[in-house]
Design a protein around this ligand. Structure first.
Ligand SMILES: C[S@@+](CC[C@H](N)C(=O)[O-])C[C@H]1O[C@@H](n2cnc3c(N)ncnc32)[C@H](O)[C@@H]1O
Length: 429
């Protein structure tokens, strides 16, 4: 027996907002309980609720002065999802409200069903005005609004607004198997309109996103789903035939596969500290017909896994706050806290310092994050360059604004995710 979609959406939101799971994890755990035909609705309810959380909660609060629902994560999830459905989706009124009331009973929240009914009807008929504060208006946590304002005094309102946009579905063509023109023609034959990317040479942007499973090129290995900003890492790394290359934080493997697609004669080690996620790297490489040495290990502790042979190329796609990809992962806004940028920066500094010692003289290290906060980007690299006498900045990516030590792409610029790149070369002694 399948579970009704609004019940599943409340369970997903409870996992994210109360237990701190990512939206991907929560959907993977809960969405299979819904009937297959209902899963797109579960997804739409969960994404919309997390995109607009502060706004939806402000409206619910205005209608429920006691705010008891805030202390009950399942009721909170149900109300927020209902509020989003009332204003953001086109479900007919009577169906959506009565399904939400029924969901309250199924979640053993029968005593709240009258309140759910009243709040959702009112939101459809006559939604209360929103408070004017920026956190509510931009649907971002207040600390992040402040951090964006400090980082990007001229651009932050646009950055905040674009973090709600629905991102494009961008593909990467393996040009050893098909030219970009051939890929565009093959997509057109399937009735899919697409455009070449603006900066990454292998990028193709679909005008209408679709389920990845609908694209035959994916299973066949000549297409990969990857944002255009992420497609800039491999060309910047630019390995030569015979180079030893390290992808130090490799899972799920999008960039590892790209590196080998571009340079099959490089010898790649794909490292990740998560063995579960490293399996995704193996699967991705196998799909693309590429081979690498896949190792579980902590990149900050090379003495545990490094054989002492230097690498000519190292990609450090560092763990970060993910503030550049909020439009794809709206849960990020609510899973991070104000201490996270500095906490991540300490991790990033340790990784950069540890990996630099593995780089051959004349070799190149690309530092990348999908963060837009300078603490994790410019500050980490500038500080490293100031202390590391044999490190010098090297080629620039074809996009992004110079920040001093690196280049920042802000979310939505050129249609891309927010990304930071710094390319460093180790001077020969
Ligand atoms: C931004 S993702 C990498 C994405 C990947 N480069 C790609 O293109 O598919 C960060 C990854 O770093 C891994 N990670 C985090 N800290 C690590 C560490 N100390 N050593 C190795 N891997 C780490 C995480 O498990 C996660 O898979």
């Amino acid at each position: 027996m399948s579970t009704p979609p609004r019940v599943v959406a409340a369970l997903v939101l409870e996992r994210v907002l109360a237990r701190g799971e990512t939206l991907d994890e929560a959907l993977a755990a809960q969405a299979p309980r819904a009937a297959e035909r209902d899963r797109p609705l579960v997804q739409a309810l969960a994404y919309g609720s997390l995109r607009w959380l502060t706004r939806l909660e402000a409206q619910i609060s205005a209608l429920t002065p006691r705010n008891d629902w805030r202390r009950d994560p399942l009721l909170r999830g149900l109300l927020v999802a209902g509020a989003w459905e009332a204003q953001g989706l086109s479900t007919p009124d009577h169906a959506a409200v009565s399904e939400a009331v029924d969901a309250a009973r199924r979640l053993r929240r029968g005593r709240a069903s009258g309140m759910v009914n009243a709040v959702l009807r009112r939101l459809r008929r006559d939604p209360p005005a929103l408070p004017a504060d920026e956190a509510t208006q931009y649907a971002l946590p207040a600390w992040l609004v402040e951090a964006l304002r400090r980082a990007w005094p001229d651009d932050w309102p646009g950055v905040a607004e674009r973090s709600h946009a629905h991102p494009p579905m961008t593909l990467r063509v393996n040009r050893r198997q098909a030219s970009r023109e051939a890929a565009l023609a093959a997509l057109a034959e399937q009735g899919r309109e697409a455009d070449p990317g603006t900066v990454a040479p292998e990028a193709v942007v679909l005008r209408t996103p679709c389920a990845a499973s609908e694209l035959p090129g994916l299973a066949e290995g000549w297409l990969t789903v990857q944002d255009e900003a992420a497609q800039l890492a491999a060309p910047l790394l630019d390995p030569r035939p015979g180079d030893r290359v390290l992808e130090a934080c490799a899972a799920p493997g999008g960039k590892a596969l790209h590196i080998l697609e571009r340079q099959p004669e490089a010898s790649l080690m794909a490292l990740d500290r998560s063995s579960r996620r490293l399996q995704q790297v193996r699967d991705n490489l196998a799909r693309g017909g590429c081979e690498a040495e896949c190792r579980v290990g902590d990149a900050a502790e090379p003495e545990r896994w490094w054989d002492g042979e230097p690498f000519q190329r190292i990609l450090l796609d560092a763990p970060c706050t993910g503030t550049g990809v909020i439009r794809r992962h709206p849960d990020i806004k609510w899973l991070r806290d104000p201490a996270d940028p500095e906490r991540m920066a300490a991790v990033q500094r340790a990784l950069l310092g540890a990996l630099w010692r593995l780089l051959a003289p004349g070799g190149r290290l690309v530092y990348a994050t999908c963060s837009i906060l300078p603490a994790e980007n410019e500050a980490v690299v500038a500080d490293f360059l100031a202390r590391q006498g044999d490190a010098a900045p090297a080629p620039a990516p074809p996009a992004g604004r110079p920040t001093g030590a690196g280049y920042q792409i802000l979310p939505g610029e050129g249609g891309m995710d927010g990304f930071f790149y710094a390319c460093l070369e180790r001077q020969s002694a």
